[in-house]
Design a protein around this ligand. Structure first.
Ligand SMILES: [Zn+2]
Length: 322
């Protein structure tokens, strides 16, 4: 069951946020999650797990959970996961290894870690991290930062790197944003986790030439092969909205041995869909445990929820309405 964030999304979304939280709570604690849930595959999407207030404040609460939240989520997941729920991490931040990995281990959960290989060992930083650094320094307002972030994201890689060069950020200023190392990834692999391809430089793929696309996919595969000795079968699109994905890329991915490719489009995955456009459910700071649990069951109650749809679905499930 999936309720789209459609109606009045902008208008009064605080009210609908509260409504979504309340409905999540009611559905979960009334024991209705399993009844309403789909039988689809659920891929949870995480970026960062951290206990740093600064990161929490500046990284953006959308792509962040605290280590305490993550522990509660994994404890719950270990009780309800019948194999339909998979955990994925994008980007390869060090905090994935420092905070998420020990918790995954404690609760016997495995994950897919999508890494941008140029970022591993701290050689490269995502454009967004540089913007975050400027915010921390107080050099940009939130509005300016948003504009810079969007500008950087839309630039072809060569121009983006030129801009980053001109911003003259010292690596030390980004110290709490370091990436995982190949040694960390080796450890994850040994413990049964999957390492996936998230390109070399994390560009918007639709902005790059066909030749450069091949490089981003093939080189990341090669880096993973060289450092970890495995063939990569999983890929996640940078940024990952449908408009960031070039047409017919699945052929190129398949040619490079990729079998599953993941978007950041919100939703669930069923076997009759293409494995090259798998949707995921993001988990972020604002989600309470009931919302998390419902998503794991395949029930997504979001902002702008259509209450009538919820009642209809419920009545249909229990056979009162067809
Ligand atoms: Zn990413």
């Amino acid at each position: 069951m999936y309720f789209h964030a459609t109606r009045n999304y902008e208008k009064g979304h605080k009210k609908t946020d509260r409504m979504a939280n309340l409905l999540n709570w009611l559905v979960y604690y009334a024991g209705l999650s399993r009844l309403l849930g789909t039988h689809h595959q659920v891929y949870l999407l995480y970026h960062r797990v951290n206990n740093c207030e600064v990161v929490a404040r500046h990284y953006g609460k959308r792509r962040f959970v605290t280590d305490q939240q993550f522990e509660k989520q994994m404890r719950l997941l270990s009780k309800i996961n019948d194999g339909r729920v998979s955990i994925t991490f994008d980007d390869g931040y060090k905090d994935n290894f420092l905070y998420a990995y020990p918790i995954l281990k404690k609760y016997g959960q495995r994950a897919i870690f999508f890494i941008s290989s140029g970022f591993i060992d701290g050689n490269y930083f995502h454009a967004g991290d540089i913007v975050d650094c400027y915010i921390r320094k107080g050099a940009l307002t939130k509005k300016e930062a948003k504009k810079l972030r969007m500008t950087m994201r839309e630039l072809p890689l060569s121009q983006r790197n030129e801009l980053i060069g001109r911003l003259e950020i010292e690596a030390a200023e980004l110290s709490d944003d370091h990436a995982m190392t190949w040694a960390d990834l080796k450890r994850l692999l040994v413990e049964g986790h999957i390492i996936g391809n998230h390109t070399v430089n994390h560009p918007v793929l639709t902005r790059e030439s066909q030749q450069h696309l091949v490089y981003e996919i093939a080189k990341c595969n090669q880096d993973i092969r060289d450092h970890l000795g495995i063939e990569c079968r999983h890929f996640a699109y940078p940024y990952g909205r449908m408009k960031d994905i070039p047409p017919r890329i699945e052929t190129l991915l398949a040619d490079h041995g990729i079998e599953y490719a993941f978007t950041t489009v919100r939703g669930y995955y069923s076997d009759d869909e293409s494995p090259f456009f798998i949707r995921r459910m993001p988990i972020s700071y604002g989600d309470d445990l009931a919302a998390f649990a419902n998503r794991c069951y395949g029930v997504s109650i979001e902002r702008g929820v259509e209450r009538r749809t919820l009642v209809d679905t419920l009545l249909r499930r229990i056979g009162v309405r067809r």
